[in-house]
Design a protein around this ligand. Structure first.
Ligand code: AMP
Length: 374
């Protein structure tokens, strides 16, 4: 997936059952972030990993956790925190696939589901709990049916998003329910960590124990661009009043071309309302589209995403809710209905395509008011 000469899973100390399991999923060699971070994790270090979108960060933390779990299986062994419900489900799928030979028990704790029913799941002692901070903090405050005091691993996935302020209260509650830092390993991963690195270092990691830091997302000399090579990035300059018409024309051109009809497209919008409107407009123009935003009920969110993942609808119109982490290999086109004001958001949005070494295209609609931001 990346140019540098890569080691094999054997060379980085992965057990044969895990290697077999990975090969069964088409994962034959570690990616760069995996070959750098997994050995440090296996040595017992805390890890801060910054690597481009789609470069295999999930397995970079899942593999060492599963290897350690296989040596001493108990529950609750590990807690994974991630900012969105959709990502929590996706991470759980990867753990289940790789951890199958262990009869892995995992539990997803996210908002939008029945709280009482969900409260019983962690008390069944799953090996892995994957949670969004809000719902987990609610559970910890309202019931004492499970304990996180014995976890061996804590992961903050999309770590910069989690520590950038919005989740501070919930993280405080969660951290106070964990064992002290020296009794667990902590892994932080994201494609855009640099601004939050200091905060993470302070928050993190065991006192007096230097974390292993790996950065390959634009801050080092080897890669001065935070997006991947296989990504073709373009923009369309339009008058502000006509941007919807231009966007519809881009969609039409793409889907009416011979190569484009099978492609999956994600269109990012600024607000929930615009997201809903645009999905309806494109559907009425003959391009069936699903919406994904935070004003939808969780069931509708899951259904929308499932339809898109299975190619029943080829177009997903989403807010930034879907900009991080979602791994849908068939997405060939990302369309930005607006220019995001924060560079990080752009990097995450366009990172929904050109994943795992594949090609992809990102097109941003730019109006006269966006030129400066661009
Ligand atoms: P992630 O960055 O974790 O979302 O992973 C992006 C995609 O890369 C997922 O579909 C993974 O299954 C895939 N992937 C992860 N590790 C490897 C690997 N070593 N070789 C090939 N594909 C991988």
């Amino acid at each position: 997936m990346e140019d540098e000469e890569l080691l094999s899973f054997e060379e980085i100390g992965i057990k044969s059952w895990l290697i077999r399991q990975c090969r069964g999923m088409g994962v034959n060699r570690p990616t760069l972030v995996q070959s750098k971070c997994i050995p440090a994790a296996l040595k017992g270090c805390d890890v801060i990993g910054c690597s481009k979108t789609g470069s295999g960060k999930t397995l970079a933390f899942a593999i060492p956790i599963l290897q350690a779990l296989s040596e001493d299986p108990y529950g609750i062994f590990s807690l994974i925190l991630t900012p969105t419900r959709e990502l929590a489900v996706q991470i759980s799928d990867q753990f289940r696939a790789v951890g199958k030979p262990l009869n892995l028990r995992d539990c997803v704790v996210v908002g939008g589901r029945d709280m009482v029913m969900q409260g019983k799941d962690p008390s069944k002692k799953p090996h892995i709990v994957i949670a969004t901070p809000g719902r987990l903090a609610d559970h910890l405050q309202s019931c004492d049916t499970f304990s996180l005091k014995k976890i061996k691993f804590l992961v903050l996935d999309e770590a910069d998003r989690l520590v950038d302020g919005g989740f501070d209260g919930q993280l405080k509650t969660i951290f106070s329910s964990l064992p002290p830092t020296e009794q667990r390993q902590t892994f932080y991963y994201s494609a855009t960590l640099s601004d939050s690195l200091q905060k993470i270092k302070e928050l993190s990691v065991s006192k007096g124990r230097e974390p292993f830091v790996w950065q390959s997302c634009g801050d080092d000399q080897k890669s001065d661009i935070a997006t991947v090579k296989g990504l073709d990035q373009r923009y369309v300059l339009t008058p502000s009043d006509a941007k919807d018409a231009y966007l519809a024309q881009v969609v039409r051109q793409h889907y009416d071309s011979e190569d484009g009809e099978k492609d999956l497209t994600i269109i990012f919008t600024r607000t929930c309302k615009l997201c809903q409107l645009l999905a309806m407009t494109l559907t009425s123009l003959g391009y069936p589209s699903s919406a994904l935003h935070s004003m939808m009920a969780q069931k509708e969110r899951a259904l929308s995403l499932a339809k898109f993942r299975s190619s029943q609808v080829k177009i997903l119109v989403a807010t930034d809710l879907a900009s991080r982490g979602l791994d849908i290999p068939d997405v060939q086109l990302v369309l930005n209905h607006n220019v995001p004001h924060v560079t990080k958001d752009y990097i995450h949005r366009v990172g929904r395509t050109a994943r795992a070494g594949n090609q992809g295209r990102a097109i941003t609609i730019v109006t006269q008011y966006d030129i400066e931001t661009l």
